[in-house]
Design a protein around this ligand. Structure first.
Ligand code: ATP
Ligand code: MG
Length: 467
């Protein structure tokens, strides 16, 4: 470690030597900083916002660090409330913008975990002794509750680029760990001993990937080298926290790159083991191609400020696993919709122990997948009912990806694309013009059970269970 990483001696970069202008800072964050300062406290912007401002990127949000205790912050801001169970943080509300104000603290606890469930353990007690820290046998910090100084606060942060402090006192940037140089070099470097820091909180491996993908940073060698070896530590992280991280990885605009890095470092298989196993089996490998295409679309949508949904993401992530489960379980006649749903449930149940998917996403995901076989049916007025299904749009987008991956018939997709543009009268003409037509055979999903039973001949449903 070099001079600049000595905790007690920050490099102080004066305003004249860095590009951060107050006009790039949220006026609400400035309000919070000034009020703290006027009340006699230290107040800094910290974390990703300082990093982003140095990079000329607009920060997602502004976090404030201060030596005021949470209760003191609470008293200064009428529009604030305290959250967190192991660590109390103040959220200062300005309409839809929330400025998070954290008191300096003296440990390497995973910061966000304790904000999730404010009621679970009752309020934290404030200044506790070091015995208030609990570490599991693998070195993971389970509980931590010690406030501290800014010098100590630095050490609980993960990457040097995330440990910069913008001081409202004189608009300087305080850098205890060489973060300014690392940002300039676009380098991701863990503070302290990487092995130890990943063991304390294995989610840092996912954060590393996320920042590398988002900021186009490269890993410092010492930060990179333990990752693959320690990847299995993710198995011990609470599935609800991994759900949050998964959304950040895949729905922040850099999902395709994040996915490639997760694969590269052997992390993905610890989040979605059944998906990874299916992708490795030739008949289901196309599902990974769909995922990649889908993530690229998603990234573009986010870039264009369009809405994206976790439902679609999880459908993409789990489709290969669902098909494999369905095919390998049903060796007999061609699988039907009931079997597709059953396979979905088996996969979802197994998935809950890694990345827990809340029902509000898994239920619609199941519907989206269940609608796939219904696209095959294009005769009779009833087939048009699909257009009014609440999941039609997502299911249609999913169908398009299946076409792009070469497993669904493009003709079917074109038919559904066109039918949407037609008036009701012409829609009816189309479905009546196809009396009793058998569904086109296609890979990727079974057709409806009713039709299946009528059909004779070789199985033509999902990608062959054995090629
Ligand atoms: P983003 O741009 O995605 O918001 P961020 O760096 O602000 O990136 P957050 O998750 O918002 O990331 O966390 C804010 C700060 O808290 C980080 O910059 C880092 O200093 C610290 N932090 C968050 N999570 C951890 C962790 N697991 N371990 C150590 N420090 C963390
Ligand atoms: Mg942030």
């Amino acid at each position: 470690m070099n001079e600049s990483s000595t905790p007690n001696a920050p490099i102080i970069v004066p305003r004249s030597e860095h590009p951060i202008s107050r006009s790039a800072i949220s006026p609400n964050a400035l309000r919070v900083l000034y009020r703290l300062k006027e009340a006699g406290y230290q107040a800094f912007i910290v974390g990703g916002a300082v990093r982003d401002l140095l990079l000329g990127v607009r920060p997602k949000d502004f976090d404030v660090a201060t030596n005021a205790l949470p209760e003191e912050v609470r008293r200064l801001f009428r529009n604030s409330r305290l959250i967190g169970r192991r660590f109390r943080l103040a959220h200062v509300h300005f309409g839809s913008e929330i400025i998070e104000v954290a008191t300096f603290r003296a440990a390497a606890a995973p910061e966000r975990e304790d904000t999730e469930d404010p009621d679970a353990e009752g309020p934290a007690t404030g200044l506790d002794g070091p015995e208030d820290r609990e570490i599991d046998p693998r070195g993971r910090i389970l509980r931590d509750n010690v406030y501290g100084t800014i010098e100590e606060d630095v050490w609980r942060r993960d990457f040097t680029a995330n440990a910069l402090y913008y001081n409202i006192e004189d608009f300087s940037v305080w850098d205890f760990v060489g973060g300014v140089a690392d940002v300039a070099a676009r380098r991701l470097r863990l503070i302290g001993d990487p092995d130890e820091r990943y063991r304390e909180d294995p989610v840092r491996m996912l954060r590393a990937v996320r920042f590398a993908a988002k900021l186009d940073f490269t890993f410092d060698p010492a930060t990179e080298s333990p990752v693959t070896r320690l990847a299995s530590l993710l198995d011990g992280v609470p599935p609800a926290r991994l759900f949050d991280e998964t959304l950040k990885l895949f729905l922040s605009g850099y999902g395709a790159r994040s996915y490639a890095l997760l694969r590269h470092y052997g992390l993905f298989e610890h989040l979605f083991p059944l998906a990874a196993a299916a992708f490795a089996r030739p008949p289901y490998a196309y599902a990974e191609q769909m995922l990649d295409l889908g993530l690229r679309n998603t990234d573009e949508r986010i870039g264009a400020d369009k809405a994206v949904t976790p439902t679609f993401l999880f459908a993409l992530l789990l489709w290969g696993a669902v098909l494999r489960e369905m095919n390998e379980r049903n060796a007999g006649p061609a699988p039907d919709v009931a079997q597709l749903l059953q396979a979905c449930d088996v996969v979802l149940r197994a998935q809950q122990s890694r990345v827990a998917i809340p029902r509000r996403f898994s239920v619609p995901m199941r519907e989206l997948l269940m609608l796939q076989p219904r696209f095959n049916r294009r005769s009779g007025a009833k087939s048009l009912g699909l257009l009014h299904h609440p999941r039609f749009r997502a299911a249609y987008d999913f169908l398009m990806l299946r076409v792009q991956a070469g497993v669904a018939d493009p003709e079917i997709a074109t038919w559904w694309t066109e039918i949407q543009t037609l008036p009701q009268e012409e829609r009816l003409q189309r479905v009546q013009a196809r009396p009793g037509q058998a569904p086109a055979a296609e890979g990727g999903a079974p057709s409806s059970s009713r039709r299946r039973r009528r059909r004779r001949g070789p199985r033509t449903g999902p990608p062959p269970a054995a090629p």
